[in-house]
Design a protein around this ligand. Structure first.
Ligand code: UD1
Length: 416
């Protein structure tokens, strides 16, 4: 176990339904504790990060159960406000529980999340926002202790549109007296999904998807049933896989509007794409063209999470493509591994230059991070012969069953 064996170099074809979004369900799971009652989540992906959130919820005193096609959280009996260090280490985004716990209990204690495989992951914007809402936060011995006798809504400006800080501020604002207005909020679709969830629970939130989000705090909440939005990065991965290997894919259960920068890049590279309803169809002859520079940016720009998989799709393209990573410092760790397939990629700081090569050949690679690992899978599918990919637990943090989905497309791929 823990290793993927992929035999690439053959076209893929078929239909895949996309799982629910990891980056949407994690803040929603934190938000469930705002309501002293029951939440039912449909389309909840079964992922390691979701299991970590479930463990946190159980630690806080919630009852959590998986049914056949949903996750049920009963937060009526929640009676703790701390997140143990072990669970904070398991998943960096558990910091999102801070705003929710504070909102419900007026206090919270958790550890500093520390860095991760993408480089330093500061939470200064999260803390600044919570302080503006009235939280007193002390940091000592690696633990963060937050207290708020009274949370008070206000106008707060994020110095950059951080996804996590926007979500944390929204969750804390639900427990505030009065109205909170978050300016320079992140505009990612997952934030709109969090707003949809909070509104179905009885909270008053508006503006998500734009850079100004307003929350009227202290609303009466009620039981809620919500369907998690589709995962646009998983969708981008499967589109990139078929673009790289050649063939045809129909992705179902997606919102194509969330993927417009990714499909535009693949179209420029020579893929034929049709989007409509809840589906995207892509056809590729497997030999793409280089494209204009790809610059990652906050939504609606090109997503940093799709940078690695698009890069993998372009390894055999004709010409040279430049990538500029503007969100995270350390997001090219997959490059050395992709070069083992015979790829020609050079990195200098935030810039990576991909010179397309004629052929890739299977190789042994080691996952470095979640999306970097997915890029290795895409590269392996485009490479002739067998590839082995180790440390796939990184991939399993975000993909429910990537091999099952790829086998639906005819890929020869198994886990050992
Ligand atoms: C979320 C996503 C992640 C995605 C990222 C950017 C989740 C669970 N994760 O991460 O998959 O790659 O958005 O789209 O939704 N920053 C600070 N101070 C802070 C917070 C952030 O300097 O307090 C910086 C970060 O270092 C980074 C940038 O802001 O350079 C963007 O980070 P942010 O939007 O917060 O990403 P996450 O919410 O951590």
């Amino acid at each position: 176990m823990g290793e993927f064996l992929i035999t690439g170099g053959r076209p893929l074809s078929g239909t895949v339904t996309v799982q629910g979004a990891k980056n949407s369900v994690l803040p929603i799971l934190a938000a469930t504790i705002l309501h002293r009652g029951t939440t039912v989540l449909h389309n909840c992906p079964r992922l390691r990060d979701v299991e970590a959130s479930v463990e946190i919820l159980r630690h806080l005193g919630c009852r959590v159960e998986w049914t056949e096609d949903a996750l049920l959280v009963d937060a009526a009996g929640a009676d703790r406000w701390d997140v143990p260090d072990r669970l904070m280490r398991e998943m960096r985004s558990s910091v999102i529980f801070l705003g929710a716990i504070l909102s419900r209990f007026g206090q919270a204690e958790l550890s500093m999340p520390g860095g991760c495989e993408l480089g330093p992951r500061p939470i200064d914007l999260h803390l600044a926002a919570l302080r503006q809402l009235g939280a007193e936060i002390r940091d000592g011995g690696g633990r963060l202790r937050c207290e708020a006798r009274r949370l008070q809504g206000c106008e707060l400006t994020l110095s950059l549109p951080s996804v996590g800080a926007t979500e944390n501020a929204m969750l804390a604002a639900c427990g505030c007296e009065g109205t909170t207005v978050i300016l320079n909020a992140a505009r990612e679709p997952e934030i709109a999904d969090l707003q949809a969830f909070l509104c179905s629970m009885g909270c008053k939130v508006q503006g998500a998807g734009s850079s100004t989000v307003a929350v009227e705090g202290r609303q009466r909440t009620h039981d809620v049933v919500h369907t998690v939005m589709p995962d646009r990065i998983v969708a981008a991965t499967y589109l990139s896989a078929v673009a790289a290997a050649g063939g045809e894919i129909e992705l179902r259960g997606v919102d194509y509007r969330h993927l417009s920068t990714v499909t535009a890049a693949l179209h420029e590279a020579g893929c034929r794409i049709h989007s409509g309803g809840d589906a995207i169809r892509l056809r590729s002859d497997g030999r793409l063209k280089a494209i204009r520079p790809v610059r990652t940016a906050p939504y609606p720009g090109f997503p940093t999470d799709a940078q690695a998989v698009l890069m993998a799709a372009l390894l055999r393209s004709r010409g040279t493509t430049v990538f500029v990573e503007n969100i995270f410092e350390n997001r090219y760790r997959h490059v050395d591994e992709l070069c083992r397939l015979g790829a020609d990629i050079r990195v200098e700081g935030r810039v990576a230059v991909v010179c397309g090569v004629e052929r890739l050949t299977g190789a042994a690679m080691e996952c470095t991070d979640l999306r970097g690992g997915a890029a290795m899978v895409v590269g392996a599918l485009a490479a002739e012969g067998e590839s082995r990919i180790g440390s796939v637990r990184h991939i399993q943090r975000g993909y429910e069953d990537i091999l099952r989905d790829l086998r639906l497309l005819g890929a020869q791929a198994e886990e050992r």
